[in-house]
Design a protein. Structure first.
Length: 157
Protein backbone atom coordinates (compact mmCIF):
# COMPACT_ATOMS: atom_id res chain seq x y z
CA UNK A 1 0.00 0.00 0.00
CA UNK A 2 1.25 3.47 -0.82
CA UNK A 3 2.51 5.43 2.14
CA UNK A 4 1.55 9.04 1.42
CA UNK A 5 3.45 10.25 4.49
CA UNK A 6 6.69 9.09 2.82
CA UNK A 7 6.07 11.37 -0.16
CA UNK A 8 5.05 14.26 2.07
CA UNK A 9 8.13 13.77 4.24
CA UNK A 10 10.47 13.74 1.23
CA UNK A 11 8.76 16.35 -0.86
CA UNK A 12 6.47 18.36 1.43
CA UNK A 13 3.75 18.39 -1.20
CA UNK A 14 1.63 15.28 -0.79
CA UNK A 15 1.46 14.94 -4.59
CA UNK A 16 -0.38 16.68 -7.35
CA UNK A 17 -1.36 16.18 -10.95
CA UNK A 18 1.43 15.52 -13.39
CA UNK A 19 1.75 18.54 -15.65
CA UNK A 20 3.45 19.14 -18.98
CA UNK A 21 5.34 22.30 -19.65
CA UNK A 22 3.94 24.65 -22.27
CA UNK A 23 5.63 24.65 -25.66
CA UNK A 24 7.41 21.33 -25.17
CA UNK A 25 8.21 18.97 -28.04
CA UNK A 26 6.83 15.43 -28.03
CA UNK A 27 10.28 14.07 -27.15
CA UNK A 28 10.42 16.52 -24.21
CA UNK A 29 6.96 15.36 -23.12
CA UNK A 30 8.04 11.72 -23.42
CA UNK A 31 11.10 12.41 -21.26
CA UNK A 32 8.99 14.30 -18.73
CA UNK A 33 6.54 11.38 -18.55
CA UNK A 34 9.42 8.95 -18.05
CA UNK A 35 10.90 11.03 -15.23
CA UNK A 36 7.45 11.01 -13.60
CA UNK A 37 7.28 7.20 -13.99
CA UNK A 38 10.73 6.96 -12.39
CA UNK A 39 9.49 8.98 -9.40
CA UNK A 40 6.49 6.68 -9.01
CA UNK A 41 8.78 3.66 -9.24
CA UNK A 42 11.06 4.99 -6.53
CA UNK A 43 8.15 5.54 -4.12
CA UNK A 44 6.87 2.02 -4.85
CA UNK A 45 10.36 0.59 -4.28
CA UNK A 46 10.75 2.49 -1.00
CA UNK A 47 7.44 1.13 0.31
CA UNK A 48 8.15 -2.38 -1.04
CA UNK A 49 11.50 -2.47 0.76
CA UNK A 50 9.96 -1.28 4.01
CA UNK A 51 7.72 -4.35 4.00
CA UNK A 52 10.49 -6.65 2.69
CA UNK A 53 12.76 -5.56 5.55
CA UNK A 54 10.00 -6.51 7.99
CA UNK A 55 9.83 -9.96 6.35
CA UNK A 56 13.62 -10.48 6.38
CA UNK A 57 14.72 -13.61 8.19
CA UNK A 58 17.95 -12.16 9.59
CA UNK A 59 19.44 -8.85 10.66
CA UNK A 60 22.07 -8.77 7.89
CA UNK A 61 19.47 -8.99 5.10
CA UNK A 62 17.32 -6.43 6.89
CA UNK A 63 20.24 -3.95 7.04
CA UNK A 64 21.05 -4.43 3.34
CA UNK A 65 17.41 -3.87 2.39
CA UNK A 66 17.25 -0.69 4.48
CA UNK A 67 20.44 0.57 2.78
CA UNK A 68 18.83 -0.09 -0.61
CA UNK A 69 15.74 1.76 0.62
CA UNK A 70 17.92 4.79 1.44
CA UNK A 71 19.25 4.74 -2.13
CA UNK A 72 15.68 4.73 -3.44
CA UNK A 73 14.91 7.83 -1.33
CA UNK A 74 18.02 9.51 -2.79
CA UNK A 75 16.84 8.69 -6.33
CA UNK A 76 13.39 10.08 -5.50
CA UNK A 77 14.98 13.38 -4.45
CA UNK A 78 17.10 13.57 -7.61
CA UNK A 79 14.23 12.74 -9.95
CA UNK A 80 11.86 15.16 -8.25
CA UNK A 81 14.44 17.94 -8.63
CA UNK A 82 14.91 17.04 -12.32
CA UNK A 83 11.16 16.98 -12.93
CA UNK A 84 10.77 20.44 -11.40
CA UNK A 85 13.64 21.82 -13.51
CA UNK A 86 11.90 20.42 -16.58
CA UNK A 87 8.71 22.25 -15.63
CA UNK A 88 6.74 19.20 -14.55
CA UNK A 89 4.62 18.74 -11.47
CA UNK A 90 4.77 15.94 -8.93
CA UNK A 91 2.85 12.90 -10.24
CA UNK A 92 0.03 11.26 -8.35
CA UNK A 93 1.37 8.05 -6.86
CA UNK A 94 -0.98 5.06 -7.05
CA UNK A 95 -0.70 2.27 -4.50
CA UNK A 96 1.98 -0.27 -5.30
CA UNK A 97 2.17 -3.96 -4.50
CA UNK A 98 3.88 -5.09 -1.33
CA UNK A 99 5.59 -8.43 -0.74
CA UNK A 100 3.77 -11.07 1.27
CA UNK A 101 6.64 -13.55 1.58
CA UNK A 102 10.39 -12.89 1.77
CA UNK A 103 11.73 -15.20 -0.95
CA UNK A 104 9.14 -14.17 -3.54
CA UNK A 105 9.66 -10.53 -2.55
CA UNK A 106 13.39 -10.86 -3.20
CA UNK A 107 12.69 -12.38 -6.63
CA UNK A 108 10.36 -9.49 -7.44
CA UNK A 109 12.96 -7.01 -6.20
CA UNK A 110 15.62 -8.49 -8.52
CA UNK A 111 13.31 -8.20 -11.53
CA UNK A 112 12.23 -4.65 -10.62
CA UNK A 113 15.80 -3.47 -9.99
CA UNK A 114 17.01 -4.81 -13.36
CA UNK A 115 14.05 -3.25 -15.17
CA UNK A 116 14.67 0.08 -13.43
CA UNK A 117 18.38 -0.05 -14.35
CA UNK A 118 17.54 -0.48 -18.05
CA UNK A 119 14.82 2.19 -17.89
CA UNK A 120 17.19 4.69 -16.26
CA UNK A 121 19.88 4.00 -18.88
CA UNK A 122 17.30 4.74 -21.57
CA UNK A 123 16.30 8.00 -19.88
CA UNK A 124 19.97 8.98 -19.52
CA UNK A 125 20.53 8.37 -23.24
CA UNK A 126 17.70 10.81 -24.08
CA UNK A 127 18.50 13.39 -21.40
CA UNK A 128 18.80 16.95 -22.61
CA UNK A 129 21.19 18.07 -19.87
CA UNK A 130 24.39 16.60 -18.47
CA UNK A 131 22.92 16.93 -14.96
CA UNK A 132 19.93 14.72 -15.82
CA UNK A 133 22.09 12.23 -17.70
CA UNK A 134 24.51 11.83 -14.80
CA UNK A 135 21.80 11.37 -12.16
CA UNK A 136 20.01 8.72 -14.20
CA UNK A 137 23.25 6.88 -15.02
CA UNK A 138 24.22 6.92 -11.34
CA UNK A 139 20.76 5.63 -10.37
CA UNK A 140 21.05 2.90 -13.04
CA UNK A 141 24.33 1.74 -11.53
CA UNK A 142 22.76 1.75 -8.06
CA UNK A 143 19.87 -0.40 -9.32
CA UNK A 144 22.29 -2.90 -10.88
CA UNK A 145 24.16 -3.11 -7.58
CA UNK A 146 20.89 -3.60 -5.70
CA UNK A 147 19.96 -6.48 -8.01
CA UNK A 148 23.30 -8.13 -7.22
CA UNK A 149 22.71 -7.78 -3.48
CA UNK A 150 19.23 -9.30 -3.82
CA UNK A 151 20.64 -12.16 -5.93
CA UNK A 152 23.10 -12.89 -3.15
CA UNK A 153 20.24 -12.90 -0.63
CA UNK A 154 18.23 -15.27 -2.82
CA UNK A 155 21.13 -17.73 -2.91
CA UNK A 156 21.10 -17.85 0.89
CA UNK A 157 17.34 -18.14 1.51
Amino acid sequence: MYNKSYEQRLDGSGGGQMGMGQGMSSSDNHLLNDVSKAIIGEVHAYNFYQKLAELATNAQDRQVILKIQQDEAKHYHWFTMILRRMGGQQPQIPAGELPKEFKEGVKTAIRNELEAAAFYQDIASRATTHHTQMHFMHASHDEQRHASWFQYMLMNV
